[in-house]
Ligand binder design. Sequence first.
Ligand code: KG4
Ligand code: ZN
Length: 340
Amino acid sequence: MKKTSYILGIESSCDDTAAAVLMDNVVLSNCIANQKIHKSYGGVVPELASRAHQTNIVPVVQQALSIANIDKKQLTAIAYTRGPGLLGSLLVGSTFAKSLALSLDIPLIEVNHMQAHLLCHFIRNENQDPPTFPFLGVTLSGGHTQLVFVKSHFEMKQIGKTLDDAIGEAFDKCGKIMELNYPAGPEIDGLARYGDPNAFDFPIPKVDGLDVSYSGLKTAFINLIHKNQSKNPNFIKENLNDLCASIQKTLVKIIMNKIILAREKYNLNQVVIGGGVAANSEIRKVLDEKARQDQWRVFLPPLQYTADNAAMIGIVGYLKLLHKKWGTMNQSVSARLPLS
Ligand code: KG4
Ligand code: ZN
């Protein structure tokens, strides 16, 4: 009989210090220390992020072990984010993971953050079975926008990407123009609920193939705001809900067009979404409607696994443990780690 495994997952690629404990594919704890410090700067300050990870990492890991009711001596392996991400942030998590694995004399497993955003769908979920291979993976986050042909757990090929800003970055930048707090995605989503998505019209950029572009839309948004503000200084305040609903609709439409194209081109009937923007209510609604209408399946992650978290690192640790894919102590982190 297979022995039960206990995996500690550690995520520190950007501004969230996270730790989780999994018993095989079941999440026992999933803890996150968000770094509030970046709010006042309107974006993540790498140097401050690394320092905050150093402050947070020990308490977050202790909390994850305590909620899981696991002693560190019971751990089978430690999985950590090797990249992509901010170098200083990755170094804190990886150094901690290596030291702990060394002191406990247990295997270390390196995890690709972008693979983890998609593989979070393999965490046991009573409401939904995991997808089957092959499928179309779509990662929508603050740093990435990727369309991925997923052949197996660890064979992933990028087939489309953003040529400039990521979708989450575009949400955040448009939010900054409207003087919303960083990260603005969740607030735009909330405000859009009470607005008219057809109040303002924005162009859909013409980009060949499966790539997308978001920087032109951001410029169109700035131009619209400046033009109207010169006539009415209260333009943003008086139109905030409509502005949010209209820009959100366009941001979602740009990626939806490419998801539909990619699915048809590669003849895939399962679309698996991951990343912070997967929490967006508009994209969830539009994907659900389109999947039902055209008879394909969409896999939307439970909200707790959309933004950066360590449960998704832990599940990759478990899958790699099954495939005996160990990391090594001399493996260095990589800010630009490729997808596979
Ligand atoms: O995956 P994630 O937590 O971090 C990265 O790896 O980048 O994604 C963070 C991004 C931010 O840009 C944030 O504004 C966006 O996800 N986000 C949202 C929503 N929740 C988070 N964007 C739109 N609607 C949301 N509900
Ligand atoms: Zn992420």
